[in-house]
Structure formats: structure tokens, C-alpha cells
Design a protein around this ligand. Structure first.
Ligand code: COA
Length: 175
């Protein structure tokens, strides 16, 4: 699998990625950080800039396009310098897999990769948030050793917060 930042040349494949979600009746694209509401080039500039110079409340982060066999599979957002109130509300990592590629193990691998990056950045623990009825995401987190520590109600929906400790060798970078 390949993880990389977006470039100007990715506009068409990202359009296809978004269209596939819309065709699947999904209006929001997980981990896309305003992709659908910004001018594309400005979005690319912002995502690349924010790896080094945070220009909003989310601190520095990586937003990676995830490829397998040259096909865009998903988006992965690793927010490695998130302020604590945002950490508690949104979690350090976001991810999404295109509808046609789900249930093939991709999210599990993507989360593991994200955790290895967090470990490399010196983090000891990662927080991941997810709605209670999102069975696929819950299981993805469980498979990466998540420990459920809090459930809250957000807009009348139950939302779980998971902690994952990074103090072992499981989280070595593997592609
Ligand atoms: C949630 C999501 C990321 C899962 O991606 P995925 O690539 O299908 O996940 P995986 O294939 O790694 O599956 C992980 C586990 O969850 C299970 N799973 C996946 N989708 C599931 C579903 N809809 N219902 C029940 N179990 C599911 C898989 O079977 C697997 O368990 P197993 O190994 O015991 O078989 C994907 O459905 C998605 O992008 N959804 C929309 C965006 C989203 O919810 N993002 C997360 C926000 S917190």
C-alpha cells in the first residue's frame, strides 16, 4: 500500500472517489478535510502546508491518499499535534474507505499505519472517536487494540471514545 499527500494531478481520482460515495448515498466524505467545499488547488496547498505550518485549530496533520495497486482506496488523516479539547472531541485519527473497497481489511491496515506514525512522532497514546452504531469502525479500532473509555451523546447519537497505547512493537511501520 502507498500513503502520500495529495497533488494537483489527483483531482480526477478524488472526484471519482467522492462520486462513488454520493452514488452510495453518503454525503460526507470521512477524513477529507473540506475537500468538497474548497477550490481543489487551494485544498491541496492547505493539506500540504499543514504538515509543517498549522493554519487552523487542528495543529499539524497529515492527510494521506491511500493506494493499493495504484487505485485510490481511502483517505487517512493523522492529527499528531491536536490541542487537547479537539483530541477529546474528535480524536487523533480519521479514516474512510471507498464503498467498493470496504470489508477487505483496508481500514484495519490504515489505522495500524497511522498508529505507527503517531508512535514515530513521540505519542504514547492515541484517541480515536467513532459512533457506537458504526460497527465497521468499532471493529477496526478493536482490531488495533483499542480500549473503550467513554461513551457520550452527540446530537442524540451515542459516540464512543477509544484509547490505544503505543508502548509496544506492534506499531512498527509496515506498508
Ligand atoms: C468504517 C470503515 C472505515 C471500515 O473500513 P473497511 O476497510 O471496510 O474495514 P475492514 O475491512 O478493515 O474491517 C474491519 C473489521 O470490521 C468488520 N466490518 C467492516 N464493515 C463492517 C460493517 N459495515 N458491519 C459489520 N462489520 C464490519 C470487518 O468484517 C472486519 O472484521 P473481521 O476482520 O472480523 O472480518 C468503512 O466502512 C468506511 O469508510 N465507512 C464510512 C466512513 C467511516 O465510517 N469512517 C470512520 C469514522 S469513525
Amino acid at each position: 500500500m502507498e500513503y502520500r499527500l495529495p497533488t494537483y494531478d489527483d483531482e480526477k481520482i478524488l472526484k471519482d472517489y467522492v462520486s462513488e460515495h454520493y452514488a452510495n448515498y453518503e454525503r460526507s466524505i470521512s477524513a477529507s478535510n473540506e475537500l468538497t467545499s474548497m477550490n481543489y488547488k487551494e485544498w491541496v496547498d492547505k493539506i500540504n502546508r499543514n504538515t509543517n505550518i498549522p493554519d487552523d485549530d487542528w495543529g499539524k496533520y497529515y492527510l494521506y491518499l491511500v493506494f493499493d495497486n495504484n487505485k485510490l482506496i481511502g483517505l487517512l488523516n493523522i492529527r499528531f499535534e491536536l490541542p487537547i479539547d479537539y483530541r477529546n472531541q474528535y480524536g487523533d485519527i480519521g479514516y474512510g474507505v471507498r464503498p467498493s473497497e470496504r470489508r477487505k481489511g483496508y481500514a484495519t491496515k490504515m489505522l495500524k499505519y497511522a498508529l505507527s506514525i503517531c508512535k514515530e512522532k513521540g505519542m504514547n497514546e492515541v484517541i480515536v472517536g467513532c459512533y457506537k452504531d458504526n460497527f465497521g469502525s468499532n471493529k477496526t479500532i478493536l482490531k488495533n487494540n483499542g480500549m473503550l473509555y467513554r461513551t457520550t451523546t452527540e446530537d442524540l447519537v451515542l459516540s464512543d471514545k477509544w484509547a490505544i497505547t503505543l508502548d509496544n512493537n506492534y506499531y512498527k511501520i509496515t506498508l
